[in-house]
Design a protein around this ligand. Structure first.
Ligand code: HEC
Length: 127
């Protein structure tokens, strides 16, 4: 499974994606495209479009690349326009919970996972 695929899966079904590799925050990431079970929350829920999810995944996956890394020829993150669309989406839609470039950095909200999201996929080998 490619990195983009893993990030997409994480946006769709975080718990299933984690499998048995649960973190202390497991269960706190809501799906981005499946409405919440709670009726009040579901009423205001706006599912992310598939295109937006793809763009966000491409951008985040690119954040995990280091100079010299071989990027597969078919990797969506090779598409510059997709990456920059993804950066905008991530900034707008994910930083309420995720720390990213210091954006959305509000300590009062408690412990929050930071991007790059690929660090767990890569076995915490990187920051
Ligand atoms: C309501 C808060 C919240 C929002 C909004 C949110 N996330 Fe998360 N996210 C979390 C939490 C909490 C975790 C840790 C869950 C876990 O470990 O199972 C997480 C984990 C992740 C991970 C795994 C990170 C890693 O390094 O292991 C990815 C990828 C991810 N989120 C992507 C996104 C993307 C992309 C968006 C925006 C489209 C987003 N999240 C929006 C709360 C949120």
């Amino acid at each position: 499974m490619g990195t983009e695929a893993w990030i997409l899966q994480m946006m769709h079904d975080p718990m299933a994606t984690r499998g048995s590799a649960r973190t202390p925050l497991a269960g706190q990431m809501p799906s981005m495209d499946v409405p919440p079970k709670d009726a009040t929350a579901a009423a205001t829920f706006k599912p992310m479009t598939e295109a937006d999810m793809k763009a966000a995944a491409a951008f985040l996956a690119s954040q995990g690349d280091e100079p010299g890394d071989a990027i597969p020829a078919s990797a969506p993150r090779r598409d510059e326009a997709l990456r920059s669309a993804g950066e905008k989406i991530v900034t707008e839609r994910c930083t309420t919970c995720h720390l990213f470039k210091g954006g959305g950095d509000d300590a009062s909200l408690g412990a929050r996972p930071s991007f790059p999201a690929t660090r767990v996929a890569r076995g915490c080998a990187r920051r």
